[in-house]
Design a binder for this molecule. Structure first.
Ligand SMILES: NC(=O)c1ccc[n+]([C@@H]2O[C@H](COP(=O)([O-])OP(=O)(O)OC[C@H]3O[C@@H](n4cnc5c(N)ncnc54)[C@H](O)[C@@H]3O)[C@@H](O)[C@H]2O)c1
Length: 436
């Protein structure tokens, strides 16, 4: 099957490379000429484990190619996947201008029947808008071309994106006609071998399923973070609580790890978007609204934790920060808790020196006023305190003796709970963590 993906970012590139690996003929298109030129030279625009090998192999074997010519990509394809960004507006609403622009490009290029699929996370009703934009373009050109519109939300996790795409827990396909259903079922046929459940539904339900999934996961995080805070007040241990409830199959163990609050390119914007369009629909999502508030409070609590560790003031002090990406195994810093925490500490007068195994390039753009270090130990050198913000593996077994000699004072705020409080305190650190 010939397909194209418009928008070669995180989702678009992984989607394109994985479908090529399944044997499809894939063109990935993007307006970013630099990105496409880099990809043609084998340079990945993002860090994602295994992606470079996957792309290289599929390009070499002739199943995957890149272009800035969206029209040509559309004409060569039966299925056109939209993987454009859907950033948040100030009020939490979703900026659909990229999706609209792609939809109109597709419409103008179409020379025959296409299935137009939104893979971007889009508010309920967007597929209808896509249909209207395409129809409008055709009307303007005074022509009629048959097409279907479908929703196929993506659930991959950054850092584990390829595994998630090739062995997903489920695939959700929303269509309003049988032809598109048959084509999309056939596109995902390679997954039938591993018996991946496929949820076939209508377009609106598929669109909303993605928000329900992210809102639920974000709820679990805010839930355990609130209990972590309560644990601190009453002297309980949140890890034991997470285990004590997580072993109940009705609850499940995942997403019950306390920390600085959720971040990344999806949960913050998708929860705000869902809250926004639910309010507009006259059916506010009270739980989701609370989840967003609790998360903002959690970022703030982390800042206060570091300040308290530094005897109530970080003014003029240097804080070493380990981890900048919103989670390990990615260089993505979009809405990373590290950014909120660092900005909060800087507002209170702190100087920041930081290290991240992959996000240094991003940090240079997003946080130009912080010092970037060579490695974890360099981030400790002459710092007044150390804050561990992202739980990269390489931070889990630091040479603590060395850390202690490098720090001006042995103060550690472990905002991901990667160390144990008792040995840390025995090793002579003033150590704070979350909910223990
Ligand atoms: N990143 C994730 O983990 C993830 C997971 C699931 C769903 N999503 C959703 O997928 C969508 C894309 O997210 P992403 O993280 O891949 O974004 P991204 O910013 O990494 O990539 C988007 C790409 O689209 C390109 N683009 C913008 N306008 C274009 C146009 N008119 N024509 C062609 N290309 C254009 C950009 O240049 C960019 O390369 C969003 O809706 C997001 O919410 C993301």
């Amino acid at each position: 099957m010939n397909i194209c993906v418009i928008g070669t970012g995180y989702v678009g590139l992984v989607t394109g490379a994985c479908f090529a690996e399944f044997g499809c003929q894939v063109v990935c298109a993007d307006v970013d000429e630099e990105k496409i030129a880099g990809l043609e030279r084998g340079v990945m625009p993002i860090y994602e484990p295994g992606l470079d090998d996957l792309v290289e192999r599929n390009v070499r074997q002739g199943r995957l190619s890149f272009t800035t010519d969206t029209a040509e990509a559309v004409r060569a394809s039966l299925v056109v996947l939209i993987a454009a960004p859907t950033p948040p507006g100030e009020d939490g609403s979703t900026d659909l201008s990229y999706v609209e622009s792609v939809a109109r490009d597709i419409a103008r290029a179409m020379d025959g029947y296409k299935v137009i699929v939104t893979k971007s996370t889009v508010p309920v009703g967007t597929a209808e808008k896509v249909r209207a934009w395409v129809t409008e373009e055709h009307a303007r050109e005074n022509r009629q071309v048959r097409f279907s519109v479908a929703s196929n939300p993506e659930f991959l996790r950054e850092g584990a994106a390829i595994g998630d795409f090739m062995r997903p827990d489920r695939v959700v396909i929303g269509t309003d006609d049988e032809e598109a259903t048959a084509i999309l079922k056939s596109l995902y046929r390679p997954l039938y071998l591993i018996e991946t459940p496929v949820v076939l539904t209508n377009v609106v339900t598929a669109e909303l399923t993605k928000y329900a999934a992210n809102a639920f996961l974000a709820t679990k995080i805010s839930f355990i973070n609130e209990f972590a805070n309560l644990c601190e007040a009453v002297g309980a241990d949140v890890h034991h609580i997470a285990r004590g409830i997580g072993l109940d199959n009705r609850i499940g163990k995942k997403f019950l790890h306390p920390g600085p609050g959720f971040g990344g390119s999806c949960f913050p914007k998708d929860t705000r978007s869902a809250a926004h369009f639910a309010r507009e629909a006259g059916t506010p999502l009270e739980i989701v609204e609370s989840v967003i508030r609790v998360n903002a409070i959690q970022h703030e609590r982390m800042i206060e934790k570091v300040v308290a560790l530094c005897d109530g003031s970080v003014a003029g002090k240097t804080i070493g920060v380990l981890g900048l990406s919103f989670k390990p195994e990615t260089d993505d810093m979009r809405d990373s808790p590290a950014v909120a925490i660092i900005r909060g500490l800087m507002e209170r007068g702190a100087k920041i020196q930081a290290y991240d195994p992959q996000a240094m390039e991003e940090a240079r753009k997003l946080l130009p006023d912080i010092a970037l270090c060579e490695d974890a130990y360099d981030a400790c050198r002459d710092a007044d305190a150390l804050a561990i913000v992202t739980e990269w593996n390489q931070f889990r077994m630091l040479d603590l003796g060395r850390v202690k000699t490098l720090l001006r004072q042995p103060l550690i705020a472990d905002l991901r709970n990667i160390y144990d409080p008792v040995p840390m305190r025995e090793a002579g650190f003033a150590y704070v963590c979350v909910g223990r």
